[in-house]
Write a protein that binds this ligand. Structure first.
Ligand code: ASP
Ligand code: MG
Length: 401
């Protein structure tokens, strides 16, 4: 059996913690498994390194930036190999290049294209524990690249996929995925199993345990993922194919996103091509539009409401300026929140959405926008009721039971 274990920055935070990781890796090794470990830099280190590169220039050469940033993970991977060796275990660290992680040439946000597994496989056959520096690879031009912030998760999933590992364990400082943010609802429960699709919906809405790109990659390569804490023995949350989840809860979790703003365009000319013009202009400026609601036209006019990231509001105002003369008005509201319920069981149950609407109505919370997918119902509400909405929905679907 082959496992890939990834340890994040907090788990690798200092030498004592690296020793703790070494102990955990040995615990797994003693059960007879082959192990590849992927590590992050010590927590805060990547930020420190970025800061250094900006001391000299606002826009430092990205090739050099990648040379600097990739050092953080080289340090921790080598230290962990040293710790394992000192415990009498054969261990070796490999940089992204050494591990055969081939990427495109886009510095600071490269994409993994292929993994040449020969070296890792050879070393595993010789009973080495292979420790790979996460977050980095090697471009086709032979230059060191990095994968974008949080990229070590991607390294781990890609390596697990390429090696056809039985399991990819992502160790962080939280013990798994919860039915909602435990800081908002103390009764939130840890989820034992969840599907890739549910995880994608929950993560994109603020359940920040895993990088979305890594869940997508895991789904594509069908890598069973576990997120768990390196500080406890808790089993964590398994993220897997829907088929592997016997008991499908109707609602698995409630997610909250407070980073959206609403744009309302009133009295838009109701003619073919108008939506293409507005959203085309936003897309040209790389503004990420999320929910869109258009009302039924009356007297040749219609209203279009949509949401964008709060951070892109000023940019959107600029882009939409040119439409001001041809529409009634354009209003911006950043005092909103998006609350969503997510669950694969929704596919086969009716009345799930109406329960959510009734629940919010009972609290006198007005719903400004609604959007649904097969496994999700999202509602835009007033920001000041965000936490209340999360708690009452969590209770209404009995997620605390
Ligand atoms: N060290 C990198 C970062 O902080 C990669 C990672 O931790 O996954 O973004
Ligand atoms: Mg990380």
């Amino acid at each position: 059996m082959l496992v890939v274990q990834k340890y994040g920055g907090t788990s690798m935070g200092d030498c004592q913690r690296i020793q703790n990781v070494a102990n955990r890796v040995m615990q797994t090794k003693r059960t007879g498994k082959s192990i590849v470990v992927v590590v992050s830099a010590m927590s805060g280190q990547t930020d420190t390194l970025i800061g250094w590169t900006k001391y000299f220039s606002k826009l430092p050469n990205e090739r050099e930036v990648d040379m600097v940033l990739s050092s953080g993970e080289r340090v921790t991977s080598a230290l962990l190999a040293i710790a394992l060796e000192s415990m009498g275990q054969k261990a070796i660290s490999l940089s992204g290049r050494g591990a055969g992680i081939l990427t495109d040439n886009t510095h600071t946000k490269a994409r993994i294209e292929h993994i040449d597994t020969k070296k890792i496989t050879d070393l595993l056959l010789q009973d080495y524990i292979v420790v790979v520096s996460g977050f980095q690879g090697i471009g086709q031009n032979g230059e060191v690249t990095t994968l974008g912030r949080g990229g070590s998760d991607l390294s781990a999933v890609a390596i697990a996929g390429a090696l056809k590992a039985d399991l990819c364990e992502i160790y962080t400082d939280v013990d798994g995925v919860y039915t909602t943010d435990p800081r908002i609802e103390k009764k939130a429960k840890k989820i034992d199993r969840i599907s890739y699709d549910e995880m994608l919906e929950l993560a994109s809405m603020g359940a920040k345990v895993l990088l979305n790109r890594s869940v997508e990659l895991a789904k594509k390569w069908n890598v069973p993922l576990v997120t768990r804490s390196s500080f406890t023995q808790d089993q964590g949350t398994l993220i897997t194919m829907e088929e592997n989840i016997m008991e499908k809860p109707i609602v698995s979790g409630v997610a909250l996103d407070k980073n959206q703003a609403r744009v309302s365009i009133a009295d838009v000319d109701d003619r073919p091509g108008i939506a293409a013009e507005i959203f085309g202009a936003l897309a040209d400026d790389n503004i990420n539009v999320d929910m869109i609601v258009q009302t039924i036209g009356r007297d040749g006019r219609t209203d279009i409401d949509f949401t964008i990231p709060k951070t892109e509001e000023e940019q959107a105002k600029k882009v939409l300026e040119k439409f001001l003369n041809s529409v009634g008005s354009i209003d911006y509201d950043c005092e909103i929140a998006k609350v969503s319920i997510v669950g694969v069981g929704m596919k086969s149950h009716s009345g799930v959405a109406s329960t959510a609407f009734k629940t919010l109505a009972k609290e006198n919370i007005n719903i400004m926008m609604i959007s649904t997918s097969e496994i999700k119902v999202s509602m835009i509400i007033d920001l000041k009721y965000a936490e209340l909405a999360v708690r009452t929905l969590h209770c209404a679907y009995e997620l605390d039971k």
